[in-house]
Design a protein around this ligand. Structure first.
Ligand code: GCU
Length: 618
């Protein structure tokens, strides 16, 4: 038995512990708001039997949380989740969803309504839906993401709640949905909090709302809840993994028709089983050859189909190896900002546009900053052949000593890994960005690194670290967290937040770790169309010049195995208020918010072309 599979029990126990459902109190009783994680996330929900609830929803903007709390700040029994209408002329009901404004789902509220541009608070979403309740099947309400705290209700009854704005969750509603007319009400609050993840200070817009797909999914009474399939490390044709059933134990058949391979597994009492399939002739996935195979997982009278690329990724010394060969990650960072329209991106088209620009740069890698992006990103990257770095929003100065904050971060980590673990494109899990050098932070982050290794032993773990000068012109990476990371990420802003672009030429780098380094951020702002001297900040010439001198510096770093400059596209940030230049945008993009490619875009494209051609990149 492969020791890695032996850990299957441990992985499942950990995931279950991190994601135990805490249903809200029953209807009628004075509900005690309880913050609890949702039910187990169904793998590959998008390829199951679903009914989309996307579209137009009625909304009530509730800055005082009046729909949830009474004047004694006690949760109401008659809150807006009841979706009440007056029984008769005397009946007092002080809200009416049907007559209320509307918003489109998926979508953030800030970019849909001028009056909600800066809004941080509660919005209640409501929509009705006609449903044919499938006999003998279980029904879950799935949400791709709701920023930040959400509470779900169906037909006036509490379902569950979720904290975290960038990870998918689903909750069981089998006993609540009925044939015919149904109503779902979702409370969403995006207020920033010091003890939250992310904390109250970030450099991106706090887009609120139901920002990704909302759907009903129905499954058999005993169904395939989760599975993991990947190439055994160091092998070219041995596929290993596991399956978990929910609701009982049942046989599972895993089939890869194109490879004419199949395995029938009998799951144990807990519904778990392990997979090991020899697949001679398998073509391994890589950016140069993004080969996906249709995989069928048959259980409980249902076939779940997925498209999976098989590849191995590991670290050996200073190298990152994919399918046993060293790779260089020619990358770029990006936020989940919708291309050309701003607001939170969510669709397959958004992903295709953004990742298309990444490939136009001759890049083979994208760092998805600073939170898990929507499910379309990894699906498109799988198909088009891009490596991805996926990160949880443990960003800057988190409440390190708060156990609830750690539990929250761990849950988001588990949800991120659970959704995308079968995506070949995702090669790195990142547990955070630019976190301070304190003992409390070190134990917090180390706990996350250990959790990531336990949840997914098949991928290296990284984080974006900061650096400092060991000597006047020598930068050093000696953050103690580096000890437990597999790949070092490091952010530096020579030429923007410190020194001049030209100073980069003289800077050398040292690291106390014999590990691969990805320079996970560098760059500077430029307003598209603003031109001037290379020493004039905010001009395209300054940004381009900065990049050129970065290339000089980067080429001298012997442990460098990847670069992801900050950032692909200008993105909204409330911290960027310089009139006529920033106007609420961080302008470090190589593409403007209107799609204009700045001079530095072409400098980076040529730098990567040279790397690709194996020429000394300039
Ligand atoms: C930081 C940070 C980014 C931020 C960028 C900037 O390093 O990680 O989130 O946007 O620098 O200042 O532009």
């Amino acid at each position: 038995m492969n020791p890695r599979l032996a850990g299957l029990g441990a992985i499942l126990l950990l995931a279950a512990a991190l994601m135990r459902p805490v249903p809200l109190p029953a209807a009628g009783a004075a509900p005690e708001p309880a913050l609890g994680p949702p039910a187990g996330l169904l793998a590959n929900i998008e390829h199951r039997s679903t009914v989309s609830l996307n579209g137009t929803w009625h909304v009530i903007v509730d800055p005082y949380d009046n729909g949830y709390y009474d004047y004694r700040h006690q949760p109401r029994a008659d809150g807006f989740f009841r979706n009440a209408t007056p029984k008769d002329k005397r009946d007092l009901v002080e809200y009416d969803f049907a007559k209320s404004d509307t918003l489109t789902v998926p979508g953030d509220w800030n970019s849909q309504k001028k009056e909600l541009f800066y809004y941080e608070g509660t919005v209640w979403y409501q929509r009705s839906f006609t449903y044919r309740k499938p006999a003998g099947r279980r029904v879950f309400l799935g949400v791709g993401a709701a920023n930040y705290l959400s509470r779900l209700y169906v037909n006036g009854a509490p379902v569950c709640e979720h904290e975290g704005g960038f990870t998918a969750f689903n909750c069981e509603v089998t006993s609540l949905v009925r044939d015919g007319e149904n109503v779902v009400v979702i409370y969403v609050n995006n207020q920033r909090r010091r003890d939250a993840v992310p904390t109250d200070m970030t450099d991106w817009w706090n887009y609120g709302g139901l920002t990704r797909d909302v759907e009903l999914v129905d499954v058999p009474a005993v169904f395939l809840e989760d599975y993991f399939l990947q190439l055994r490390r160091g092998s070219a044709a041995t596929i290993e993994g596991w399956v978990t059933m929910s609701g009982g134990s049942a046989p599972v058949t895993v089939r890869i028709p194109e490879l004419k391979v199949e395995q029938r597994i009998q799951t144990d009492a807990a519904g778990s089983g392990s997979i090991r399939i020899e697949a001679p002739g398998l073509e391994r996935w890589s950016p140069e050859h993004p080969r996906l195979y249709e995989v069928e997982l048959e259980a409980g009278g249902e076939i779940v189909r997925d498209h999976i690329g098989f590849r191995t990724v590991e670290v050996r010394g200073r190298d990152i190896l994919v399918n046993g060969s060293p790779v260089f990650l020619r990358g770029i960072c990006l936020h989940e900002e919708a291309p050309l329209r701003s607001g939170r991106g969510w669709s397959e088209q958004d992903a295709t546009t953004l990742l298309g620009w990444v490939q136009e740069l001759n890049a083979n890698f994208a760092r998805l900053a600073h939170y898990p992006h929507n499910r379309n990103m990894a699906r498109v990257a799988d198909r088009t052949g891009l490596f991805l770095w996926s990160e949880i929003p443990v960003y800057w100065t988190i409440d390190w000593e708060n156990p609830a904050t750690l539990a929250n971060a761990k849950r988001q980590l588990a949800e991120m890994i659970r959704r995308d673990k079968n995506r070949a494109s995702v090669i790195l899990w990142s547990v955070g960005n630019e976190t301070p050098l304190t003992p409390a932070r070190l134990s917090f982050m180390t706990a996350l690194v250990n959790a990531a290794h336990e949840l997914d032993p098949s991928r290296p773990v990284t984080a974006a670290l900061e650096t400092h000068y060991a000597e006047p012109n020598t930068k050093i990476i000696d953050d103690p967290l580096g000890k437990v990371l597999d790949v070092l990420g490091c952010n530096e802003y020579v030429g923007w937040y410190e020194r001049t672009p030209e100073d980069a030429d003289a800077i050398t780098w040292k690291t106390v770790y014999d590990k691969p380094l990805v320079m996970s951020e560098f760059g500077g702002d430029a307003r598209a169309g603003l031109h001037g001297g290379t020493d004039e900040r905010w001009t395209e010439e300054y940004q381009e010049n900065l990049y050129r001198h970065q290339f000089e510096m980067l080429n001298k770093i012997d442990v460098l195995r990847g670069t992801s400059p900050w950032i692909l596209m200008d993105f909204r940030s409330p911290r960027r208020v310089l009139p006529g230049i920033q106007d609420n945008y961080n302008r470090k993009g190589l593409v403007s918010d209107t799609g204009v490619r700045k001079k530095a875009f072409f400098a980076l494209r040529d730098f990567y072309r040279a790397r690709l051609a194996g020429q000394p990149p300039r």
